[in-house]
Write a protein that binds this ligand. Structure first.
Ligand SMILES: C[S@@+](CC[C@H](N)C(=O)[O-])C[C@H]1O[C@@H](n2cnc3c(N)ncnc32)[C@H](O)[C@@H]1O
Length: 204
């Protein structure tokens, strides 16, 4: 059984999440979301998974696609359902209840720091992608430079209330073995990494 760290926490966070997330993003909320969605070709008819959709930060901007949102918190998922059209599936990201190669794109924002095993989760969101499908993942990541470590520590304490386990960039890069290339863009004082790519046409 995979440990799920923040399930209960999100029950209480759900009602105030949207307000809190906007405040925590220092006014970058809309821009970051558009950056991520710009990497996956949001188009009518495309089947897209928003993994750990939360209250629908990405979902509410993907009206035209054939959308599936998954999350482990029913409280977060209910809020997403009120904002977006699609299928809403209560599921642990470590074991997504989908067959291999059924999505045209998978996205995930600010969730990798919540899951027990980010490499496993990255493997899952590659597994369910069609060959040639697009993937884009965004999250706050571990820092190497001293000044950025301090900044992350402040963010971790005052925004995340010390509940997060940030991934490092090499972990994300490793997860892109199944992709053609690894693209990365750092944002929001370099605390946030947006990584994206395309699943190889043939499985390695
Ligand atoms: C910080 S919120 C981000 C939500 C949304 N993607 C966003 O950008 O606002 C993290 C979400 O991950 C979900 N989560 C945590 N662990 C999970 C897991 N093991 N499987 C699926 N979802 C999980 C939480 O319930 C929560 O909705």
């Amino acid at each position: 059984m995979v440990e799920v760290k923040s399930h209960g926490f999100f029950k209480f966070l759900a009602p105030v999440y949207d307000f809190g997330a906007r405040a925590a993003m220092f006014g970058q909320y809309e821009r970051l979301r558009q950056q991520l969605l710009g990497k996956i070709d949001v188009r009518k008819g495309r089947r897209v998974l928003d993994m750990a959709s939360g209250t629908g930060y990405l979902a509410e901007k993907m009206g035209v696609v054939d959308l599936v949102c998954t999350d482990i918190s029913v409280h977060m998922l209910k809020r997403a359902r009120a904002k977006a059209k699609g299928d809403f599936v209560l599921a642990d990201a470590h074991r997504l209840p989908f067959k291999d190669g059924v999505f045209d794109a998978t996205v995930s924002s600010f969730a990798m720091h919540e899951v027990a095993n980010p490499s496993n989760v990255m493997g899952e969101i590659f597994r369910i992608l069609k060959p040639g499908g697009k993937i884009a993942v965004m999250d706050v990541v571990q820092q190497t430079r001293f000044s950025k470590k301090i900044l992350l520590e402040i963010f971790h304490t005052f925004v995340e209330m010390r509940t997060a386990s940030y991934v490092n960039i090499s972990q994300l890069k490793d997860a892109f073995r199944a992709a053609d290339g690894f693209n990365i863009q750092l944002d929001m004082f370099e605390l946030v990494a947006l990584v994206w790519g395309k699943k190889k046409s043939e499985d390695p």
